[in-house]
Design a protein around this ligand. Structure first.
Ligand code: PEP
Length: 252
């Protein structure tokens, strides 16, 4: 039963955060136990902050630290890149792959996203694989086809509920203040759930499907109550502890 899935509220800090952001992270850590009955928390800061955040979060049962991207290879001549093994070594427990900003700004393909997800597993971490349609694709009525195509290619075989999280993030909703209706989200998450079950059987019924795109305290409760929404991937509103924790409190 998907109802029993424990929600995950994951914060994607993107290219925001300096050493001075440790105070905000500590406020999240301090509040995490208050929302522990609602959701697991994951904060994905820029790579420069992973080690210090993970050190502070050591021992926390409800808040973990993640990363925003990785290279598919474990090591080698890839200037400026970071492997999943390096991020695990720094203290990450999960890695976001295939975020639409990576797909758009770095030309990442579904095949590359799958290779990155495999790298995340190779390092023993959880892959958070992002999918979602653009405004143009939505206007063309292609939302479900786009999601199906991205899932088919971006997800490796062997997905389980403890190594994969899927994040449905309509590109047009990211950072815009726009969100799909709860009805739209229900249709799309239901469709994603069917595909996950068809491919991964019982595990597919338990893999978390996060909604992402302009989630904030004022809309979290409505979105988190939708069937097959098992948490949120949060960008802007994850930078402030008060907002991030309020979103977690919105989980049913
Ligand atoms: C994101 O970038 O993953 C995201 C959901 O951003 P925002 O919450 O700011 O729309």
């Amino acid at each position: 039963m998907t109802d029993a899935i424990r929600p995950l509220i994951a914060g994607n800090w993107k290219m925001n955060g300096l050493k001075s952001s440790l105070a905000e992270f500590e406020a999240m850590l301090a509040g995490a136990s208050d929302v522990a009955d609602k959701a697991d928390l994951l904060v994905c800061p820029p790579a420069t902050l992973i080690a210090s955040f993970a050190e502070r979060a050591r021992g926390s049962k409800s808040l973990r630290v993640g990363a925003q991207d990785c290279h598919a290879k474990p090591s080698g001549a890839h200037t400026g890149d970071l492997s999943a093994e390096m991020l695990a070594d720094a203290g990450a427990s999960a890695i976001i792959v295939g975020h639409s900003e990576r797909r758009a700004n770095h030309g990442e393909t579904d095949v590359e996203v799958r290779q990155k997800a495999e790298a995340v597993w190779r390092a023993g971490l959880t892959a958070i694989v992002c999918i979602g349609e653009t405004q143009h694709q939505r206007d063309q009525g292609q939302t479900l086809d786009i999601c199906r195509g991205q899932l088919n290619i971006s997800l490796p075989d062997g997905a389980r509920s403890d190594n994969l999280v899927v994040a449905y993030e309509p590109v047009w909703a990211i950072g815009t203040g726009l969100t799909p209706t709860a009805w739209d989200v229900e249709q799309i998450h239901g469709f994603i759930r069917e595909l996950l079950i068809a491919r991964f059987k019982g595990e597919g019924a338990r893999i978390r499907i996060l909604y992402g795109g302009s989630v904030k305290p004022s809309n979290a409760a409505e979105l988190m109550a939708v069937a097959n929404v098992n948490g949120a991937l949060v960008g802007g509103a994850s930078l402030k502890a008060a907002d991030f924790l309020a979103i977690a409190r919105g989980c049913p």
